[in-house]
Design a binder for this molecule. Structure first.
Ligand code: F6R
Length: 608
């Protein structure tokens, strides 16, 4: 939530900062601002609204070789020009952009007001500018260092001082911040896609790092005030991967990227004919894995739904008990875990504050920690003992799509991997499990061909006020995820429910106006789900069923069917969510919603 950026170098920083802010806009988009230094004077422009509005306002602002920028997702104070960043101190010489929450800002504000500081916004962030002013004599680095000693909470802070036009100061605690290294120019940003156009050489900062960024070099000191060399990582994403490339929006592009993303996540991890899965990245010995008595998955949102499916995969194949926890609850739950527990954090961004906090909590219990992440070098990846990366490429649309399906693929193979090590399945059984995967990419392609059929359904139902999604087994988690996709981008109330629970209450909702999307694939629960459909139809509800190709029986009772290829239960999860992603997408587009930047949301939830 909120994106920060800074540039110093040989080029005019204004268009560069605007470009970076556009790439960061998925983190927040209710207001934006930029500060540059021109002839030892700070120039600040802020606008309520999108980065494009800011861009229009700064066209005549000329050149500057140093600047910072911000795109906001409001936490403290409504979206407005006054509350937009950069914030300034009383002298007008200091400009600050901030991502995070200063939890003790009220007491700091009281103190600063009593010392004569004048505040202009309702934000927590403004205290940072005034604190730096309080400690500033002639060294901006020292002033920031002293200020952060007083702050509680999470922050990625980037600071300019007009008397120091040769350096940017930046620091972080629990909010992501990366450095991008260029030739005679350097960048700082909340995340990698922001600066991919300019560099792939990235340093991931650690909590407590305090940096002086000059155009030719960067000095990083750690929390013990020691100059430290952080490793430079070459990121293999490129600028095009983070662009729309001809699609109307990122969400559609990312839905259609799923065949490639899935293939790249699988590639080099399995040897199908040997029934072997390779997860060299996770650093756990076979003996350690054999000692795992329990697995706990922690995650949020869509990643939590992937966790629900992962539980079913792992318990079925490896016969290890799994619980799936909301990361936001886990750390307050006095977890019963120990050195024989494996904790798996699932996170596309690798920066979700609740998941990160939950995983930090685990450290106390000596459990092994691995994560399934999409963003290389992200905070969650870094605190884990091992990371399995989904190779989905940058996911920019706020609604998670390709990250989810690649997480499912990783969880599927991870289950086979565990099951082989604890010898719960034989090599031939592992081979059988892997067989379907070879054709998965082609099958995903086939499901995507249903796009125009699904668009027609969206045109029929886009005016609905409520839609129910139901399923059983893995289909229940798909129902939850389908409902989440719809509500977050179209603002239609959508509820995912366990089909077996319908008679325990929700069936009362069914009448001729209620649309029910049913995950009704062939398998052990097929007859039961058929009963659910009959019960809905007897009450005049309208049914769209996701069915197995060739299922003629359901066609006779459901109002509409969407057939997906016949694959095993595990792989069916990947195929059955895609029509629901498309359904949500087309409904939202038909309603005129911004699918990439839905209201009130941000891509990375970096505050708890
Ligand atoms: C929904 C969505 C969110 C995220 C959640 C966790 O489409 O994207 O629910 O899944 O905020 O984010 P990550 O996976 O980055 O930890």
């Amino acid at each position: 939530m909120c994106g920060v950026v800074g540039y110093i170098g040989k080029n005019n920083g204004v268009p560069i900062i605007i470009e970076c802010l556009k790439n960061l806009e998925y983190r927040g988009y209710d207001s934006a601002g930029i500060a540059v230094i021109n002839e030892k004077k700070l120039k600040i422009i802020r606008k309520q609204g999108k980065v494009a509005d800011l861009e229009k306002a700064i066209l005549e602002e000329g050149r500057s070789f140093i600047g910072i920028g911000h795109t906001r997702w409001a936490t403290h104070g409504v979206p407005s020009e006054e509350n937009a960043h950069p914030h300034q101190d009383c002298t007008g010489k200091i400009a600050v952009v901030h991502n995070g929450i200063i939890e003790n800002y009220l007491s700091l504000k009281d103190m600063l007001i009593s010392e004569g500081h004048k505040f202009k916004s309702d934000t927590d962030s403004e205290v940072i500018a005034h604190l730096i002013e309080k400690y500033y004599s002639d060294d901006i680095y020292k002033a920031v260092k002293e200020s952060i000693k007083l702050m509680d909470g999470s922050y990625a802070i980037v600071v300019l001082h007009s008397d120091h036009p040769n350096q940017i100061i930046a620091t972080k605690n629990k909010s992501p911040l990366i450095l991008g290294l260029g030739k005679n120019e350097n960048f700082i940003a909340s995340d990698v896609p922001a600066i991919l156009k300019y560099t792939n050489d990235i340093i991931f900062l650690e909590d407590g790092d305090l940096c002086q960024i000059f155009n030719k070099n960067i000095v990083i000191r750690n929390s013990n005030d020691k100059i430290i060399d952080r490793p430079v990582k070459k990121i293999d994403w490129n600028y095009e991967m983070a662009q729309k490339n001809g699609y109307d929006n990122f969400m559609l592009k990312e839905i259609f990227e799923q065949p490639r993303a899935i293939q790249e996540t699988i590639i080099s991890r399995i040897s199908e004919d040997k029934g072997k899965v390779y997860f060299k990245e996770i650093n756990l010995s076979d003996e350690k894995i054999r000692n795992i008595k329990r697995i706990v998955i922690v995650s949020c949102g869509t990643s939590w739904h992937a966790g629900l499916i992962g539980k079913i995969f792992i318990e079925k194949m490896a016969r290890i008990p799994v619980t799936v926890e909301y990361a936001s609850e886990f750390r307050y739950s006095e977890p019963i875990i120990n050195e024989n527990t494996l904790v798996i954090g699932i996170s596309q961004s690798g920066e979700t504050a609740d998941t990160l906090a939950a995983m930090n909590e685990v450290k106390k219990y000596k459990s092994s920690i691995i994560s399934i992440c999409n963003v290389v070098g992200s905070s969650i990846a870094r605190i884990s003992d091992g990371v399995i990366y989904t190779h989905a490429g940058p996911e920019i649309g706020v609604a998670s799509t390709k990250a989810f399906t690649t997480q499912l693929v990783v969880l599927y193979f991870f289950s086979v991997f565990l099951a082989r090590i604890n010898r719960n399945i034989s090599i031939p059984q592992a081979i059988v499990r892997m067989k379907g995967i070879r054709n998965l990419q082609r099958k995903v392609d086939n499901v995507l061909k249903l796009n125009s059929q699904i668009k027609k359904l969206a045109e029929i139902f886009y005016k609905k006020k409520n839609i129910l999604y139901i399923g059983r087994g893995v289909g229940f988690a798909i129902a939850l995820e389908g409902a989440l996709k719809l509500k977050e981008i179209s603002y239609i109330h959508a509820e995912g429910y366990h089909a077996g629970e319908m008679k325990h209450g929700p069936i009362a909702l069914i009448d001729k106006n209620m649309l029910v999307v049913v995950i009704a694939l062939k398998g052990r629960r097929y007859n039961k789900i058929m009963n659910n459909i009959e019960e809905i139809k007897s009450r005049h509800g309208v049914v769209i069923a996701i069915v197995t190709e060739g299922d003629e029986r359901i066609k006779k009772i459901a109002d509409y069917t969407i057939p997906i290829p016949d694959v095993n239960e595990f792989l069916s999860t990947v195929l059955s969510i895609i029509p629901l992603q498309l359904f949500a997408y087309h409904i939202a587009i038909k309603k005129g919603c911004n699918v990439d930047q839905p209201r009130n949301l941000a891509k990375s939830v970096t505050v708890e």
